[in-house]
Design a protein around this ligand. Structure first.
Ligand code: OXD
Ligand code: MN
Length: 597
């Protein structure tokens, strides 16, 4: 493939000078090239071809045993000044960081091929899109990037002669944990990743670019890159409203993005459309509303727990053209994972490649095993998911995993209060023991591991975005908590498809069709306004979910909130001098309301 962009050619030459590959291959995105790469990866054992009758065009990969997840402790924001990375990010001085990783990576592609992947985050040529060039020595990375992003000639054409692209260098090196570094240089539009082959660390378009680098770009350019799913809800009249939602990792974003409404709603004609399951880029539209686009082209989902009941749409996505990582491989070369069904395969191999006996009590699939599936496979993919102008947002939802503190849903008082609600997002590790509440981890806007700059500046940017348009055009901000527990540790709310009942209330609020109860923390629904008549959920033996349970999970326990106030203050203190005054005032105001008679 011919590339005439001198900046790209220079970057490729510099990379080759550092890495000393035997060969350089440009990825053009053609079917012939993809097929040849798959064959090569299967010949070397990097990938395994799965049963093509049952899983056409599906492949399998195992990572090294020491390399199965994102590594936050080895992820750094290398801004020139440490203050610009802030208290919530690891930081290394960029000069030192470049030098250190050059020493680690020098000559590491000897005997290997260096692949050059021109990719676009966002629909090629759309006003939302940004271009990247990823260098890698992993065919697995190339094949994943081909699913997760738009790759090839069209991207270079869209880039033209411009220098405006993110440079990403990945080298597997020796998969040495001690020398594993995931470095973002936001001021240079540069990413470097070494000694890992795990998706979140090496598919540089995803967390490294579309969140860490892009959040910084958004700050500088007046838009937002968020860790959010995007979904559309179509009503029986055929009108669709869009919602973006942020949850910490492993809180069910993919499930919510692909939710199937309860039977009664489907019969009336309600539908949910998926626009994205992990990342939203949000811009102000010409009409003063906020528009969101999913910059990705695939889903990099957690496999365990995905099944016909929890998320049939995600399962359907994985039946073709999918790469599976670290799941169980069966005798007839299909795949299995815990929670897929109740029939673990006999004679299979576990994620480490060893024969696996389901009776042994060990897990066959790694808990963070993944599928990389094309978004176009999704049965409920939104007809608007590739709209170059994005989709208009009616609501933004924040959420976490709180056993007691947060109600099922509440609405913020206004935009600034909504930013406060996002900034105090938190999840608890819920112990299996009855009623036990674990440690609270603050994860503002679900961006703690993904914000590429100072968290206080990030909050200020959210506040500033709210000034860009009139209040009536801004998305309304809500918080949900699907995870309230009873005293025996049972989930009181069923979650999954029933979450639609809460989404319905949220949209009604956006349209001013329902009132609410004003409380110390925001607006909470009246229990009668959440439709549960046709619900059939058993919380525990003989206890069916009813209106009193709903009242219970809509209640606000002041003592928990007052405890939260201290923990929020401690978190804000840690962020330090960049904390916006507006948010410090919000916590004071909430405390005053909670202490008032
Ligand atoms: C993810 C994550 O993989 O948030 O999406 O960890
Ligand atoms: Mn994520």
């Amino acid at each position: 493939m011919d590339c005439t962009n001198r900046f790209v050619n220079e970057f490729v030459r510099q990379s080759a000078d550092l890495l000393h590959p035997d060969d350089i291959v440009w990825i053009d995105g053609s079917e012939e090239q993809i097929e040849a790469l798959r064959e090569e990866a299967c010949a070397t054992g990097e990938m395994i071809k799965l049963n093509q009758e049952k899983l056409p065009n599906c492949y399998y990969h195992r990572t090294a045993i020491n390399d199965v997840a994102r590594v936050e402790a080895r992820t750094f924001i290398c801004s020139r000044e440490q203050i610009n990375a802030g208290a919530t990010n690891n930081w290394i001085d960029p000069v030192e960081a470049y030098q250190m990783t050059e020493d680690i990576m020098r000559g590491k592609m000897q005997g290997r091929t260096m692949y050059v992947i021109p990719f676009s985050m966002g629909v090629v040529g759309s006003p939302f899109s940004k271009i990247g060039i990823e260098i890698t020595d992993s065919i697995y990375v190339v094949l994943n990037m081909l699913i997760m992003t738009r790759v090839g000639k069209a991207v270079l054409e869209a880039l033209g002669d411009s220098d405006d692209f993110v440079r990403g260098q990945h080298a597997k090196c020796d998969i040495d944990e001690e020398k594993r570094y995931i470095l973002q240089f936001p001021e240079d539009n540069w990413i470097r990743s070494c000694n890992s082959g795990y998706g979140g660390n090496v598919l540089l378009g995803k967390k490294c670019f579309a969140l860490r680098i892009a959040s910084y770009q958004g700050w500088k350019e007046g838009w937002m890159a968020e860790h959010m799913l995007i979904l559309g809800i179509e009503n029986p009249q055929g009108e669709t409203k869009y919602i973006a939602a942020a949850f910490p990792s492993a809180c069910g974003k993919t499930n919510l993005a692909m939710l199937i409404p309860p039977e009664g709603y489907r019969a009336k004609g309600y539908k949910v459309w998926t626009v994205g399951d992990d990342i939203a880029w949000i811009r102000l539209g010409a009409d003063g509303r906020f528009y969101a686009q999913n910059p990705e082209a695939g889903f990099f989902g957690v496999a365990p727990g995905t099944n016909e009941k929890s998320n049939p749409n995600a399962l359907a996505c994985t039946r073709e053209g999918t790469i599976f990582t670290n799941v169980v491989v069966t005798k007839d070369k299909t795949v299995w994972w815990e929670g897929l069904d109740k029939n673990p395969p006999q004679g299979a191999e576990d994620w480490t490649g060893k024969p696996w006996d389901p009776a042994s009590g060990t897990k066959g699939a790694h808990p963070n095993s993944r599928f990389t599936a094309p978004a176009r496979n999704c049965p409920c993919i939104s007809p608007e998911w590739e709209n170059p102008n994005g989709v208009p947002l009616s609501a933004i939802i924040f959420g976490g995993r709180r056993a007691k503190t947060a109600p099922l849903v509440y609405q913020s008082r206004d935009w600034n209060h909504g930013v406060f609600v996002g900034s105090i997002m938190a999840s608890e590790t819920t112990a299996a023991a009855a009623g036990d509440v674990g440690v609270v981890r603050r994860d503002p806007m679900a961006m703690l591991p993904f914000c590429g700059y100072n968290m206080g500046d990030y909050f200020q940017h959210w506040l500033d975005m709210g000034q860009k348009t009139s209040a009536d055009k801004l998305p309304k901000i809500f918080n949900v908590n699907w995870f309230r527990l009873d005293d025996d540790g049972n989930f009181i709310w069923p979650g999954f498809g029933d979450n639609f009942r809460v989404l319905e209330w949220i949209l009604k609020r956006c349209e001013g069709m329902v009132d609410a109860v004003e409380t110390e923390i925001g607006f909470v629904p009246k229990a009668e306004d959440i439709h549960i008549a046709d619900m059939d959920y058993t919380i525990c033996d003989g206890h069916k979910f009813g209106i009193d349970d709903l009242r219970g999970i809509l209640s606000i326990e002041k003592e928990y909130w007052l405890e939260d106030v201290s923990s929020i203050r401690a978190f804000y203190d840690k962020i330090g001098t960049t904390m916006p005054k507006e948010l410090l005032d919000e916590v004071d105001a909430m405390e005053a309301r909670l202490r008032a008679e």
